[in-house]
Design a protein around this ligand. Structure first.
Ligand SMILES: O=C(O)C(=O)C[C@]1(C(=O)O)C=C[C@@H](O)C=C1
Length: 362
C-alpha cells in the first residue's frame, strides 16, 4: 500500500524538484539584477535609499493581476514580499525599529511588511522607535496607529505630529490575544499583565472570566510575556508568537472581545514614496475654534472628489478646546485632484502637515 502510494507521488515530486531548481536559478538571476540596481543607485547618489516602497507595491500588484491561480493573491503578496526582502537584503539590510521585545505584534507587522531579510531593532517605547529612525540608527520604524476595538493609539498620533519622519507604508494585522502562562494553567496566577491597549481589547472577557485577578500594565505585550516567563504568578496577554519566543503555554486562546480585532500599523522613515497607482495620503490639520471651521476644512475634499478614509481628532493641549485632525485621503499628493484639494485646504486652515503618501495595503 505505502509502496504504491510512493510510486504515485514520485513523478510529481520529481516535477517539484525540477521546478524548484528552475525557481532557484531564477531567484538568483533576480538577486543579481537587484545587486546591479544597488550599484547604480550607489554610484548616482550614495545617500539615496535602497527602499522604494512604490516599486515594491507595483511589483506585487502587477503579479497579482497576472496571477491565474491556484496560488492565492494573498500568497503572491506573502511570497514576493519575502523575495523582494531577500533581494533588498543583498543590496543593503534594512534596519527596522519596532516596539519589542521579540514576539510583539509590532515585530510581526514589521516582518510581514518588509520581509524577514532585515535587521530587527526592538525598542522599549514608541518614542524610541521614532528617535532611532530620526537619528539614523534605524532606517524605518513600524508603529501601531489604530485598533478596530480601541481606536487611535494616541502616543503614535502625538509622535507623528512632532516628528520630521514620513509615513511610507501601512500594514493591517489580525490581532488574536491569548492568556499565556508558564504551565498553561491559571492556578498560580495572581496578576494579568499586558499593554493597556491589549487589556482594553480583552476587557469584557477578563471581567467575565477572571474578575478577581489584578491587572497590571506592561510596556508591551511581549514584555509582559518576558516577565511571565520568569514569574509563574504572572499571566501575560499576548500573541502566539510571543508564546513561542518566551516559552509560554496558552491557558486561553482568542480572548479579544471582538473576533475581528485588527490593528493598523504605519511604516515611518526618511523616505518619500512616489506614486504607485494606488496610494493614500496622511495629514494633520488644525482649524481655528469657530463656527463652520470644520465644515470649511472638509469642503475642498468634496469639491475635488477626494475620498477620506479616516478622520480622527486629538486635543491640541492649548486648554482652549482646540484639536488636531488626523486625516487619510485616497490618492497620492502628486495626483492632480489631491494636489488641488490640499492647496485649497492650506489656504483655509491654521496648520497643515502632510505626513506622507504611500501605497495602500488593501
Ligand atoms: O528596483 C529597485 O530599485 C530595487 O532596488 C529592486 C527591489 C526588488 O527586489 O525588486 C528591491 C528593493 C526596492 O525597494 C525595490 C525593488
Amino acid at each position: 500500500m505505502a509502496k504504491h502510494l510512493l510510486e504515485r507521488l514520485r513523478p510529481w515530486r520529481e516535477r517539484i524538484d525540477a521546478l524548484d531548481q528552475q525557481i532557484l536559478d531564477l531567484l538568483n538571476q533576480r538577486a543579481q539584477a537587484a545587486l546591479e540596481i544597488g550599484k547604480i543607485k550607489e554610484a548616482y547618489n550614495a545617500e539615496d535609499s535602497i527602499l522604494k516602497p512604490e516599486r515594491e507595491a507595483q511589483i506585487i500588484t502587477h503579479l497579482q493581476n497576472l496571477n491565474t491561480g491556484p496560488i492565492t493573491p494573498a500568497s503572491v503578496q506573502a511570497v514576493w514580499s519575502e523575495v523582494i526582502s531577500a533581494c533588498r537584503g543583498l543590496e543593503q539590510k534594512l534596519r527596522v525599529a519596532f516596539l519589542g521585545p521579540t514576539g510583539s505584534f509590532s515585530e510581526q507587522a514589521a516582518l510581514a511588511h518588509f520581509g524577514h531579510f532585515v535587521e530587527p531593532v526592538p525598542c522599549q517605547s514608541f518614542d524610541e522607535v521614532f528617535r532611532l529612525v530620526e537619528v539614523g540608527e534605524a532606517d524605518v520604524g513600524m508603529v501601531p496607529v489604530e485598533n478596530s476595538t480601541e481606536g487611535a493609539v494616541n502616543r503614535t498620533l502625538d509622535l507623528l505630529l512632532n516628528t520630521s519622519l514620513k509615513v511610507l507604508g501601512e500594514h493591517s494585522l489580525a490581532i488574536h490575544h491569548n492568556l499565556l502562562t508558564q504551565s498553561g494553567s491559571m492556578e498560580q496566577v495572581q496578576r494579568i499583565m499586558a499593554h493597556p491597549q491589549a487589556l482594553a481589547q480583552c476587557h469584557n472577557w477578563l471581567a467575565t472570566h477572571y474578575p478577581q485577578i489584578q491587572q497590571d500594565a506592561a510596556s508591551s505585550n511581549a514584555e509582559a510575556a518576558r516577565i511571565a516567563s520568569q514569574d509563574a504568578s504572572v499571566a501575560a496577554i499576548a500573541g502566539k508568537k510571543a508564546a513561542e519566543s518566551w516559552g509560554l503555554q496558552v491557558a486561553h486562546a482568542g480572548i479579544q472581545d471582538d473576533a475581528q480585532n485588527r490593528t493598523r500599523f504605519l511604516a515611518v522613515g526618511n523616505i518619500e514614496s512616489l506614486p504607485s497607482g494606488n496610494d493614500k495620503t496622511s495629514l494633520i490639520v488644525a482649524v481655528p475654534n469657530r463656527a463652520g471651521a470644520v465644515h470649511e476644512m472638509l469642503a475642498p475634499f468634496a469639491q475635488h472628489q477626494v475620498s477620506m478614509t479616516r478622520l480622527e481628532s486629538r486635543p491640541a493641549r492649548t486648554g482652549q478646546w482646540e484639536y488636531y485632525f488626523y486625516m487619510d485621503l485616497l490618492g497620492h499628493q502628486e495626483e492632480p485632484a489631491v494636489q488641488s484639494a490640499l492647496q485649497a485646504l492650506k489656504q483655509q486652515v491654521a496648520f497643515c502637515k502632510i505626513l506622507g503618501s504611500y501605497p495602500c495595503q488593501d
